[in-house]
Design a binder for this molecule. Structure first.
Ligand code: SAM
Ligand code: SF4
Length: 499
């Protein structure tokens, strides 16, 4: 099929209309703007009552989120920041999950004005990885110590769903020997960030073993969306993108990930919209998103908007949006990426983020070619943090966070509404804590530098002592003894054991 014909075949109107309620989508600009206006000057006592509601691990109403977004008082922001971290600890404990992105292809039929992959960027050197190259990239990522990857693609017939399924299977098939112990290791969870597709294609990804399917709406503000995504492109269809994750759910992928590209439009509007998106997924499928992302625009080659946008988000506002998101939606994981510099990443983690990437390279083929930092000629944008996984884990340990490589939830069927139910009863966090310790043990033995190992041993002893003393595990002695047996098995050299 010719590319132009393929472009015309992507969108299925019937797979948009079925999710509209009374012909309307879940984003109503006037309603959102109205709520931001109506809650423009919330008084202290109301803000404190909302914070209290968040601390009870309840999803906020749009009016409540709007009120938090409009807080001016620095003292209240301090209280909100502290509460955001507390919410995270209640639901997710002190874990931080690491992953690595793998950019498979920069071929793209779209023309998003902020992205270096856009079709009009003639300076971009186009490349699509072969399966051999995917294998070699995965080997480098495995040698760093990663267990989770997210595969990323431009939108193009050559990287359509069959190519994606092949890349997923290829990544899972790679085995390596861990550098210190020589134990056999592999990637245990493959997530995907790709353009919206029809339900039948979602099923293909599901059958290939996809973990989470991630689509960012970029901006939920329709007029802005339409101005940055030309109408004659697939991506120009706002509603096709808005309902992509509804289709994923229907196609059997029950871990879906939402996000907005902050800096394209007003950050308060996007936070409100992410809440509405969460509520609509909950309403239509009984379960909200698995994660929320809030990438900020970074400079991209031949993409003027990436540097000139009048909505660029300052560091201060970035911290605020992370805090309000954490307080508004306690259950989804929150992802901060290497688009941010190490300091911003830390600030986000201190406000409730649960996942981040490390040792990231975003050029196509950049891992195996050992290209550090930035080679803009085949990258999508610039990154702010290129530090190694080991370095990140050390930093986290110093901050009291345990790095987790746990992928057990997905492999034990704790996904979708099962995992959300467990998170709501603060039970999943307990399993995750055990699995975090087990996978951290593996990392320390298989990959850690001497400094990280030293810090890690102290941290792991503290974690185990906490587990043993915790009332939940005191009451669940069977679980506790299983954990101890599994921990000893890993110490003896067994791998990939999870609860
Ligand atoms: N082509 C697919 C799509 O658009 O959905 C795959 C995703 S794209 C390769 C990954 C994400 O990178 C986009 O959804 C967008 O949010 C983000 N992105 C694009 N340009 C960016 C920039 N200049 N700075 C930061 N993030 C950017
Ligand atoms: Fe293509 Fe995605 Fe970049 Fe848009 S954001 S140009 S769709 S890769």
């Amino acid at each position: 099929m010719r590319t132009s014909e393929w472009v015309k075949s992507v969108i299925r109107k019937d797979e948009i209309e079925k999710y509209l309620i009374n012909g309307k989508c879940f984003i109503d600009e006037r309603v959102i703007e109205g709520k931001l206006e109506a809650n423009a000057a919330p008084d202290k006592s109301r803000v404190r009552a909302i914070i209290q509601k968040s601390l009870e691990i309840k999803t906020l109403e749009p009016d409540e989120t709007a009120a938090l977004l409009n807080v001016q008082d620095p003292e209240l922001w301090e209280e909100m920041d502290a509460a955001a971290l507390e919410v995270k600890k209640k639901v997710y404990d002190n874990r931080i999950v690491f992953f690595a992105p793998l950019y498979c292809s920069n071929l793209c039929v779209n023309n998003c004005s902020y992205c270096g992959f856009r079709v009009d960027n003639a300076k971009e050197v186009r490349r699509i990885l072969t399966m051999d190259e995917v294998r070699r990239e995965t080997e480098v990522v495995l040698d760093e110590g990663h267990k989770r990857m997210i595969l990323v693609y431009g939108e193009h017939p050559r990287s359509d769903v069959d190519y994606m399924a092949d890349t997923i299977r290829t990544v899972y098939s790679v085995e390596r020997k861990a550098p210190i112990t020589g134990r056999t290791v592999g990637i245990r969870r493959v997530n995907v960030n790709a353009a919206p597709m029809e339900i039948a294609k979602m099923r293909t990804l599901k059958n290939a073993g996809i973990g989470t399917y991630q689509v960012f709406q970029e901006t939920y503000h329709r007029p802005t969306y339409e101005s940055v995504h030309p109408a004659n492109t697939v991506k120009g269809d706002y509603l096709w993108r808005l309902y992509s994750l509804h289709r994923a759910m229907e196609g059997g992928i029950d871990d879906v990930a939402i996000g907005a590209l902050f800096g394209v439009y007003d950050w308060k509007f996007e936070v409100m919209s992410l809440l509405y998106h969460t509520l609509d997924l909950e309403r239509q499928f009984g379960v909200g998103p698995h994660t929320i992302s809030f990438p900020r625009l970074t400079p991209a080659l031949e993409a003027e908007m990436s540097t000139d946008s009048r909505y660029k988000v300052s560091d201060d506002d970035f911290k605020k949006l992370v805090t309000v998101l954490r307080l508004s939606v306690p259950f989804p994981g929150m992802i901060v990426t290497c688009r941010e510099n190490p300091q911003s990443k830390k600030e986000a983690i201190m406000r409730g983020c649960t996942q981040t990437d490390a040792s990231t390279k975003i050029g196509i083929g950049a891992y195996q070619e050992h290209k550090y930092l930035q080679e803009l000629e085949n990258s999508q944008f610039t990154i702010g943090d290129s530090t190694s996984l080991d370095c990140n884990i050390q930093e986290m340990a110093k901050m009291g966070f345990i790095s987790s490589f746990c992928t057990a939830g997905y492999r034990c069927g704790r996904t979708g509404d099962t995992i959300m139910g467990m998170l709501k009863h603060c039970v999943e966090g307990k399993y995750c804590k055990l699995n975090a310790v087990l996978t951290f043990r593996e990392y320390l033995d298989d990959y850690a530098s001497p400094e990280t190992k030293q810090l890690g041993e102290t941290l792991i002893r503290k974690e185990i002592a906490e587990i043993e003393a915790h009332s939940y595990f005191q009451k669940n002695q069977k679980l506790l003894s299983q954990f101890k047996v599994d921990y000893d098995r890993i110490n003896m050299g067994e791998r990939d054991i999870f609860i």
